[in-house]
Design a protein around this ligand. Structure first.
Ligand code: PMP
Length: 285
């Protein structure tokens, strides 16, 4: 079956889908994005993802390309046309096409919207969660406004490739104080020796992960103690458990950070439990 993409009002074959060379997303990374999980045919946490999209657009002063309800329709239609039951739907909004010049063009330039969807093999993801993943730590080198879900992902791409080159699956950024901020495409969590969850507070140093926020709700519901504070690389190396969260990976146990084996080298029970409870807590629309 051929894939279909939504590009500025039209559903087109994925292979032919294109944006203009003077799209400000291409020229300047002047755009924002969201990734929603599709789980058993449901969009996961659409409300929170759309709210964050709106916030990111507002921070960059890009106007809403269409009402959120209409956008929800486009997401569903793209999922439907690609016959995705389990996978991801991706939306990117850029400031649009304009002669290359740094200042924002006027309001006459319409934002550009691209939506794609693809299937993910859930069995592969579960197999990976049963084994756990490996993480390396890398110096934080991103711009300070990582709370905006901007498409300026070159530092994230380089960090992730460094992880792949080292035989790991994710990289955790470490700030100049030696504190872990977050992963290249995930939020970072550890469990200390007392069984308390620790994750950095949603300050400007991390992206406010939607999965992170749902896991926080889950901890409250389950009475799991959670402390929102920065943690050091050393604390991470000594943690009883570690895991990452994202729409793509859900709750994914971490079994190694740099050369340090976490716990007994197997996915921890808290991470595994949170993973199994996640979709019962998330909004399935
Ligand atoms: N941090 C970064 C840098 C990310 O790219 C992502 C994934 N979009 C996350 C955290 C996790 O966010 P979410 O749970 O909303 O997918």
């Amino acid at each position: 079956m051929s894939r279909i993409a939504y590009v500025n009002g039209r559903y087109v074959p994925h292979a032919d889908a294109a944006v203009h060379i003077e799209d400000r997303g291409y020229q300047f990374s002047d755009g924002v994005y969201e990734v929603c999980e599709v789980y058993d045919g449901h969009l996961v946490d659409e409300t929170r993802h759309m709210k964050r999209l709106n916030r990111s657009l507002g921070e960059l002063r890009i106007r809403e390309p269409m009402p959120l309800k209409a956008l929800g329709h486009v997401l569903r239609e793209t999922v439907r046309r690609n016959r995705v039951r389990n996978g991801l739907v991706y939306i990117q909004v850029t400031r649009g096409v304009s002669r290359r010049d740094h200042p924002f063009p006027g309001d006459h330039v319409a934002p550009a919207v691209v939506v794609t969807a693809r299937s993910i093999d859930r069995r592969k993801s579960e197999a990976s969660a049963e084994k756990g993943i490996k993480v390396i730590t890398v110096p934080e080198n991103r711009w300070p406004r990582v709370d905006i879900k901007a498409v300026a992902l070159l530092p994230n791409v380089l960090a992730r490739q460094q992880a792949e080159d080292a035989g790991a699956n994710e990289a955790w950024f470490v700030d100049t104080d030696g504190m872990v901020t977050e992963g290249s495409a995930t939020n970072a969590w550890i469990v200390d020796q007392e069984g308390r969850l620790i994750t950095r507070a949603a300050d400007a140093g991390i992206l406010r992960g939607i999965t992170r926020s749902v896991v926080i709700d889950l901890c409250e519901r389950e009475g799991i103690e959670l402390i929102e504070r920065p943690f050091t690389v050393e604390e991470a190396h000594r943690a009883r458990e570690a895991f990452v969260t994202s729409a793509t990976k859900s709750v994914m146990p971490v079994v190694q950070i740099d050369d340090a084996v976490i716990g007994n080298g197997e996915p921890g029970s808290i991470a595994t439990n949170l993973r199994s409870l996640f979709h019962g807590q998330a909004e399935l629309a």
